[in-house]
Each structure stands twice: as structure tokens, then as C-alpha cells.
Write a protein of this length. Structure first.
Lengths: 480, 401
């Protein structure tokens, strides 16, 4: 049977309370009264880095050589031309002989990627496809979108063995419904009238897709343990549920007040959350929204108990830090163009070098000496162990999935950073190996010598002159 | 054991510009200024030079550029061999070592080393951005963390404090003593960049650049040039009676194991330690703490000077604090360090610093150090570290009568 074999999620550490946004912009607008907070990607995160983090969570305990494909859904890829799923595959150190694809341009891309992965596995073309979805959509300061949008990523693996939830049925609606749009070159989303989107969009498409699925497979809504309904209006979320009709306990909780509308990962985040609480035998219905709607019907198996050791939405939700400065949020997203000084200027990226060293740079692969066993970063042809020194006896060794200890650290007010002070330190990896990395999502006060650390894929720089997004691995304290 | 170069080569002339933010001086001006002094001091003419080594600049792109042509053309050297060498902050010492080795080898009788660096054309404080330059290999350039020199040396401090159980306040005070001492000396030196005494309290309360290093824990950034003319020791007397002999020139470059192999403790300098051991062997020094009268060391940051005292065996490992607090390294102490004010007060025009340090030892040995003059110094030692505490090139030069 084809279905979901693993799940994972990623929610950035920082959350901004919507009151902080309204305090800053309320003088000009009363765009929305949505309560709660939303998740904010750090200055060094984007849709690609968050997708890598969610995929790592999803791949917990899974041999990465078994991954046969990677599908990435987003409406906010860093490049118009350069495959984001290729960056993600390299960062995850996946095999090159796999199928990678980007699904874009609609917030329904998340479920569309999932449907495509299920079809590919069902057809026998691929095995073990990781589907990840992630978005960093921007609303103009003072807009409703700025308040609604949040940033997070979800990942699901699709396969035909050890399935935790089998895909039992699907129903898809496609409408050229222009509720939100962003033309080529636009930084911010635009939208038509709020009430029209609510009444003609969410309130109609989601019930139509769900009822279409029920009718197609002769099911009753009562059969489902959980129903995922992504909706950017809290009241309509309840109204749609009531109209189906659903009991309260059947309704998967919206994440609007904790994470926000995360675009292409919105429905998948809620789906992952549903799996976190699911029991074997549960039927789960997942609806998505965006230029129409999808509905998918899953049957949970006893294998679900084998994948409980994920951080997923619960642990990432609990691991949080307040972002109390609205201007800082704007600077992170380059909405507020801060002075960076001459020191902050970005030099030319040597693309051919970056290709040659892709496993070192994007994959955080170092070397393991076959003669003495010393693990070392970066990969150099001569062993670093002074008692060995073997030449050309190295094999690649992945450090990105190794935990480490903080061997040294400082916080640096001189180095250029969008979020100063810049932090860095040396990481001593479990199993050996040491290198200096920037530290992220932490502050000087929280650091102690020898504390456990883990690696996280981040954006190193954006070269706006040449249109290049540089990525790297940083170290951070253990999130959850 | 090789025979070494001890006493085979003598310094017969030296020159050193004033160091500072020399907005009106080009690197070419600095080369000419250092050359005028060195050639006059040696009492020779340009045509007497048989080979020249140009140290640096290290940061070519904001200075005179690559290769040795900037020097040969600026000084109108008459078609003699001129070579550019660079080895990070040890560049000046490396140029002197090259000239010394050439004379010791008999390849030439009289040679010059000149180090020059213009840092104040970058448009910002501190060193030029490392991330823009392939200073440490293509792989490193692209995977190195975004870090600056103060931060990399700050980690030496946090690690040293942690290893030896020094509380942050105690540690800050120890480091402040290092800088206060150098400021005292620098105030006495007309060629220094920073010429103001500062108190330990001022230093401890200064803004933090990279914890625990504050503003006064960091050396200045400046422009400057320095030069030395060396000749066969048996010829030296014909030029001047008070020539200075070179006892040793040693260099040690990291294998990379400090950064990438888990055994390095990050509380000492491996290259400095090894270069010092070799230099003492070459110079015949048995007890550095007693025999070395004075030293100019690489105090780019106060913590580095402290740790170097242990690398050079002036203080036992983990015990430098006692020597710092007791004033051993002050101008009137048992073993004065940075009598000229050090990098702290001269700033650090990378390729010029090594020769500037030897300049002070030379003047001290000749009794020409004015208000900073020490009583009967015998051996003087200079030491540079180019790079950071875990990946560097270290040099040790010993001079004496």
C-alpha cells in the first residue's frame, strides 16, 4: 500500500506577538484583529533552509541513501531559475540519482506535491519520496497578510513499505481564483477584498472538495477521527467545520494563532500535527486551499507508533523565543533596508568552486580516514591526525547529523551581521572532528562551555548585486 | 641538528616610520620613508644592496598591489633581485628571515628587508574582511564562519579563563594590566600611534568588542613601514661598531590540527611554542625566563600577549597571571615586554610589524631607546603570530650583541 511513511516539521524559534505588529502599524491601519503570535524565520532562514530542517526531522532514523526523490513545495523559492529541491537534496546529502522537483506558484503546491509523490510511488517509478513544503511570504507593513502570514515547514515521506498512513482517496478542485497574487518581481503579496475571499473562497472550496471526496468514496464525515481544514479566518474555520458537520474533537486545531498561515506548508503542518496525535485505525481527512482545494483521505496504521520520536509541530511549538522588536523583524526580511556598512558588502561567489566543493559546503561532509579512523572537517586529502598523515585514504563523512559539544565561543560586535552581535564557536563533534562555525538562534548568556549543540542549515549571505543566495551550516543549541 | 644561522649575520641599519592613521601617506611614501632612515643608519648607498625582500603587503588589494615591483620601482632599485614574501602577520619577520638566510648562505653580502602595509584605505575600522579574501585556502574561504580577529582571540580568553578557573572579573583585570603596561610604554615613544596612558579601570570599563575583549584589549589598526639592512657578521664592524647580531630566525606554520583535530586545548599557541623551542636551540638559550632581557611579542589582543608569555617559556603554563600582576613585564620589571608600546600602541600594519619589533630591540641594544631605555639588555626577542590562535604562522627572532 502507498502512503505516508514518516513525518516531520520545523517552526523557527522566534515568534512575534501580533500586538507588537499592531502597536507598530496600528496608526495607519486596522487590517485585522487576528490574535496570538506568528512564527518568524530568523534572518538567516528562508523557505529552503526551513525545508531542510523539516526534512531532517522527517528523516530521523532513516538511511538517507534510501531516499528516492525529493519534492519541494513553495511560493517563495530563493531563485526563479535554480532548482530549490536540488539545494535541499545536496544539503541533506542525498544520492544524486534521484528525482527532485519544485512545486510552486500556489499555496496548494504542498498537497499537490504530496499527490504527485503518491502517484509516483503507486506507479512504481520511485520509492521513498520526501515531500517538503515551506514558505516565507511577505505582507507589506500594515497589511492583513503581514499579520496573517507565518513561517514554517512540513515534511512527509511517501513510500510503500512501513506505511504509517495509507492514502485511500483523493479529490482535487482547480479554480483560477485570484484571491492573492504576486507577479514576477513583486516582493509582497496582493489580495482582493477580504470578505470575497472568505465567502467565495474558503467557505465554498473546502466544503466542495471534502464533500466531493466523501461522495466519490461513499464515505460519511462521521468516519473521520480528524479533519484538517486550513483557513485564515478563525470564525470561518469553525463555521466550515460545523457545516460539514464535524464534532469539536474531529476538528484539527488551526495553527493561525501560534504559527500563522504558512502558505504551501499550511495544510501539511496541520496534517503532521494530526499524525502526532493519531492512533492506529484512525481515518484522517486533509483538505488544502489555494486556487481551488485538495482533499486527501488517509488511514492510520500501527506503524505510526514507530515514528513518534520526531520533533514535529509539538516540540517545535514549545521551543520558542519572543521577538519583541518589530523593526528587527522588518530588517530580517529586508523590508527595512538597514545600513550594513562597507564591512557588510558581499564579495563574488565562485560558482565553479561551490559546485566542486558542494558536499563540503552544502552537505557539511568532511572526511573519515580509512587508516586511522579520524573524522575531520573539511575534506582534505591528507589526514589531520599528526600520528597518521595518510594521503588519499579518505571517505566522505557527514557531520550535519552529528551532535557536538561547544568547545569555545564568543559574541562579536565587529563582524557584520543583520542581527548583531555575530556569534561563533568551535564544535567538537561526537565521534570526533572539530571546526569553527557561526552560532545561531542563541545568545551569549545562554551559552556554556561543553554544552550540547547541533547543526542547522542556514543562509550565509544574499548577494543582491549578482542574485546569489549563499548557504552554510551553523551550530545551535539543541532545540528540542 | 642543523648548524643554524647564529651570529653569521648582523643588522647594520634599521628604519621605521611613525605608525598611525596616515591619511596623507601612500604605501609608496611609507616605503621611501623607511628606506631613507635605514640607508642613512647603515651608512651605505643603494648600489651596495645585493638583494631585497619586500615583506607584504598582506592585504594587497587595499595597498600597493602584488609582487615586488612596487618596491623595486618606488625605490628605483638598480635591477637587483627583489622578492615579495608574505606570511600573514609574520610577513615582516619572514622578509628579515629571507634576507638573513641569503647572507648566511653566502648568496649575497648585504641585503635588505622592508615590510610595508597600508590598512587605512579600507573605509572601515579593524582588518579588511577575511571573508572576501582567499587568505586561508579556497575551502576555508567559503566554509569559514563569519568572524573577525577580535572574536577569534576572544575565544582564546574564554577558553583560558575556563581552563585555569579564572573568574571573568579577575581575567579582565589581568588583561587590563597587559594593555595598561603597553600604553605606558607607548606614551614614551614618538613613533607610536596611540600615545596616551590609560588606567586599568578605563580598560576594564571600555565597550566590549568580543566578550571578554573590550576596546583597549585590541591593538590599533594603522599604516606603517619598517626596514633592516643585514650583512655578513664578519663585515659588520666596517660599517658601525654597535651592530646587532642575529641569533635565530624561526618560523612555524600550523598543520591544521589545532582547528580540526580534537586534541588542541585552545589555551596555548602551538606554532609559537614550537618556533620558540627551535629558536632557543639555534640561539643557545637554555633558560628563556632568565636569559631573554626583553621582548616585543604579538599583542594583537591582550589575551594573546598573556598566552605568548607561556608559549615563550617566560611564565609557566597557567601561571602568567602571577607575573602580569607582579609587574614582571613592565618597563621597570625583571623582563620588560613591549618596551616600545607593542602592537597595542603602534597598531598593526601587518607586514611592517615584525621589523618594527626588531627596530626596538636594535635601538635598545645600541642604548638609543631614549626614555624607554633598559639597563644593559642582552638578548632581545621578537615574536609574531599571523592568523588566529588555532591556525597561524608564528615567527621568533632573537637578536643580541
Amino acid at each position: 500500500m502507498v502512503g505516508i511513511t514518516s513525518y516531520g516539521a520545523y517552526i523557527p524559534l522566534q515568534r512575534i506577538n501580533r500586538k507588537i505588529i499592531s502597536n507598530a502599524t496600528g496608526w495607519s491601519t486596522t487590517a485585522t484583529s487576528l490574535p496570538g503570535e506568528k512564527a518568524v524565520a530568523n534572518y538567516d532562514e528562508d523557505s529552503v533552509t526551513m525545508a531542510v530542517a523539516a526534512s531532517i526531522d522527517c528523516l530521523t532514523g532513516i538511511d538517507r541513501n534510501k531516499v528516492g526523490g525529493i519534492y519541494f513545495a513553495t511560493t517563495t523559492p530563493p531563485y526563479r531559475e535554480r532548482q530549490s529541491s536540488g539545494i535541499i537534496a545536496t544539503a541533506l546529502d542525498l544520492r544524486p540519482d534521484i528525482r527532485a522537483a519544485d512545486f510552486a506558484d500556489s499555496i496548494k503546491a504542498g498537497t499537490l506535491a504530496l499527490l504527485a509523490a503518491c502517484d509516483a510511488v503507486k506507479a512504481g517509478s520511485e520509492k521513498n519520496i520526501v515531500v517538503c513544503a515551506s514558505d516565507c511570504r511577505l505582507g507589506r507593513p500594515g497589511s492583513a497578510q503581514e499579520v496573517i502570514f507565518g513561517e514554517a515547514a512540513a515534511a512527509l515521506m511517501v513510500g510503500d513499505t512501513d506505511v504509517i498512513a495509507t492514502l485511500e482517496g483523493t479529490y482535487t478542485l482547480t479554480y483560477d481564483f485570484m484571491d492573492q497574487w504576486r507577479a514576477d518581481g513583486d516582493k509582497f503579496n496582493r489580495m482582493w477584498e477580504d470578505r470575497w475571499i472568505r465567502d467565495e473562497g474558503y467557505t465554498k472550496f473546502i466544503p466542495e472538495a471534502i464533500n466531493g471526496l466523501l461522495k466519490k468514496y461513499k464515505l460519511s464525515i462521521k468516519d473521520f477521527a480528524k479533519v484538517v481544514i486550513p483557513c485564515i479566518y478563525l470564525r470561518e474555520h469553525q463555521a466550515i467545520a460545523k457545516s460539514l458537520p464535524l464534532d469539536d474533537k474531529q476538528v484539527q486545531k488551526e495553527m493561525l494563532t501560534t504559527v500563522g498561515d504558512t502558505g504551501s506548508s499550511h495544510a501539511l503542518m496541520m496534517m503532521v500535527a494530526a499524525f502526532e496525535d493519531a492512533k492506529p485505525g484512525d481515518k484522517i481527512l486533509v483538505a488544502s486551499y489555494g486556487n481551488g482545494a485538495d482533499a486527501m483521505f488517509f488511514q492510520v496504521t500501527e506503524n505510526i507508533e514507530k515514528v513518534r520520536n520526531r520533533r514535529a509541530t509539538k516540540k517545535y511549538l514549545a521551543s520558542r523565543k519572543d521577538l519583541t522588536n518589530y523593526q528587527r523583524y522588518l530588517a530580517f526580511r529586508e523590508v527595512l533596508p538597514m545600513e550594513m556598512g562597507l564591512r557588510g558588502e558581499v564579495g563574488i561567489s565562485l560558482i565553479s568552486l561551490m559546485w566542486r566543493e558542494r558536499r563540503t559546503i552544502l552537505g557539511l561532509c568532511g572526511a573519515k580516514c580509512k587508516r586511522c579512523g579520524t573524522t575531520q572537517y573539511p575534506y582534505l586529502r591528507v589526514c589531520v591526525n599528526p600520528r597518521c598523515g595518510a594521503i588519499d585514504e579518505m571517505e566522505y563523512y557527514r557531520f550535519s547529523d552529528k551532535k557536538g559539544k561547544l568547545f569555545s565561543f564568543t559574541s562579536d560586535a565587529l563582524a557584520y551581521s543583520i542581527s548583531p552581535p555575530e556569534m561563533y564557536g568551535h564544535i567538537d563533534f561526537e565521534g570526533g572532528g572539530r571546526f569553527a562555525f557561526n552560532l545561531t538562534d542563541c545568545d551569549l548568556e545562554s551559552l556554556k562551555m561543553d554544552m550540547p549543540m547541533e547543526m542547522t542549515f542556514r543562509r550565509k549571505y544574499v548577494d543582491n548585486v549578482r542574485g546569489i543566495h549563499g548557504y552554510c551550516w551553523k551550530a545551535t543549541t539543541i532545540r528540542a | 641538528m642543523p648548524e643554524g644561522i647564529r651570529d653569521k649575520v648582523a643588522i647594520i641599519g634599521m628604519g621605521c616610520t611613525k605608525f598611525g592613521e596616515l591619511w596623507d601617506k601612500s604605501p609608496e611614501d611609507l616605503m621611501v620613508d623607511a628606506f631613507k632612515e635605514v640607508i642613512q643608519d647603515a651608512g651605505i648607498e643603494k648600489k651596495d644592496l645585493q638583494a631585497v625582500w619586500q615583506g607584504g603587503p598582506q592585504f594587497c588589494e587595499v595597498s600597493v598591489g602584488h609582487c615586488a615591483l612596487p618596491l623595486s620601482q618606488t625605490l628605483r632599485l638598480p635591477f637587483i633581485p627583489v622578492t615579495k614574501v608574505e606570511n600573514m602577520c609574520a610577513t615582516g619577520s619572514e622578509a628579515l628571515r629571507a634576507a638573513t638566510y641569503a647572507v648566511a648562505a653566502g648568496a649575497c653580502d648585504i641585503a635588505m628587508a622592508l615590510g610595508v602595509e597600508k590598512l587605512k584605505d579600507t573605509g572601515y575600522g579593524g582588518l579588511p574582511e577575511f571573508s572576501q579574501w582567499a587568505v586561508i585556502g579556497t575551502k576555508h574561504r567559503i566554509i569559514a564562519a563569519n568572524q573577525t580577529a577580535p572574536g577569534m582571540f576572544a575565544m582564546l580568553a574564554t577558553k583560558y579563563f575556563a581552563r585555569y578557573g579564572i573568574k571573568p572579573d579577575e581575567g579582565k583585570r589581568m588583561l587590563a594590566m597587559v594593555s595598561a603596561k603597553s600604553h605606558h610604554n607607548g606614551a614614551l615613544n614618538p613613533k607610536a600611534h596611540l600615545r596616551r596612558e590609560v588606567t586599568v579601570e578605563q580598560i576594564m570599563n571600555a565597550p566590549i568588542v568580543a566578550w571578554p575583549l573590550g576596546l583597549f584589549d585590541c591593538c590599533g589598526v594603522s599604516d606603517g613601514a619598517a626596514a633592516a639592512i643585514v650583512c655578513r657578521a664578519d663585515m659588520a664592524k666596517s660599517f658601525r661598531p654597535d651592530f646587532v647580531r642575529i641569533k635565530s630566525c624561526q618560523i612555524s606554520a600550523s598543520s591544521g590540527e589545532e582547528e580540526m583535530f580534537n586534541e588542541f586545548d585552545y589555551t596555548h599557541g602551538e606554532c609559537s611554542t614550537r618556533a620558540a623551542i627551535r629558536a632557543y636551540q639555534e640561539a643557545g638559550i637554555k633558560n628563556p625566563r632568565e636569559e631573554i632581557s626583553m621582548a616585543e611579542v604579538h599583542d594583537c589582543f591582550s589575551i594573546h600577549e598573556a598566552v605568548i608569555m607561556e608559549d615563550l617559556q617566560f611564565s609557566p603554563r597557567g601561571k602568567v597571571k602571577d607575573d602580569i600582576m607582579s609587574g614582571r613585564f613592565n618597563l621597570d620589571g625583571a623582563q620588560p615586554i613591549q618596551p616600545d608600546g607593542g602592537l597595542k600602541c603602534f597598531g598593526h600594519p601587518i607586514a611592517a610589524s615584525g621589523i618594527r619589533m626588531v627596530y626596538e630591540m636594535y635601538k635598545q641594544l645600541q642604548g638609543k631607546a631614549d626614555r624607554r631605555q633598559l639597563k644593559n639588555p642582552k638578548y632581545g626577542l621578537t615574536q609574531n603570530v599571523g592568523g588566529n590562535p588555532y591556525r597561524n604562522v608564528a615567527s621568533v627572532v632573537i637578536v643580541g650583541p
